[in-house]
Ligand binder design. Structure first.
Ligand code: FES
Length: 149
């Protein structure tokens, strides 16, 4: 079996799919490897992620990765959420086939882009966002797609 039960569960019953009206932060990234797109919406209250939703034109692994990522960051502070890595997302899924690792990066990058959007709109700075340039987010995929798990 190529996919874990956890991946199949989050693919078949993805959590937190949709949009948030009047979101405090929205991030959209494209995956250079496959051309798929991910958008994440955040509702932030007192620096805590109160709600998060995602929409993706991505594959099953991207759906499962974003679904589990939204579960992981719900209730986190922004600084905690900024530390979420695609490795943690993959671990929460019980693993992903190596060729699908880049799909989990999409969730991490869209989350970062959404936090950047929130921070920019509110004139806030966070450790972990220094030097972040959303226009370069796509290139980052290239750097991390070959991580070995
Ligand atoms: Fe594009 Fe998975 S193949 S996100």
């Amino acid at each position: 079996m190529m996919y874990t039960d956890k991946v199949m569960d989050h693919f078949m019953n993805p959590r937190n799919v949709g949009e948030i009206e009047n979101a405090d932060g929205v991030g959209e990234v494209g995956n250079v490897k496959c051309g798929d797109i991910m958008r994440i919406y955040l509702k932030v209250n007192n620096d805590v992620i109160e709600d998060v939703k995602f929409k993706t034109f991505g594959c099953g692994s991207a759906i499962a990765a974003s679904s589990v990522a939204t579960e992981l960051i719900m209730g986190m502070t922004i600084e905690e959420a900024l530390k979420l890595t695609n490795k943690q997302v993959i671990e929460a899924l019980g693993g992903l086939p190596p060729v699908k690792v880049h799909c989990s990066v999409l969730a991490e990058q869209a989350l970062k882009a959404a936090i950047y959007d929130y921070a920019t709109k509110n004139n806030l700075t966070y450790a972990g966002l220094e030097g972040y340039d959303p226009s370069e987010a796509d290139d980052d995929h290239h750097d991390v797609v070959d991580i070995d798990f």
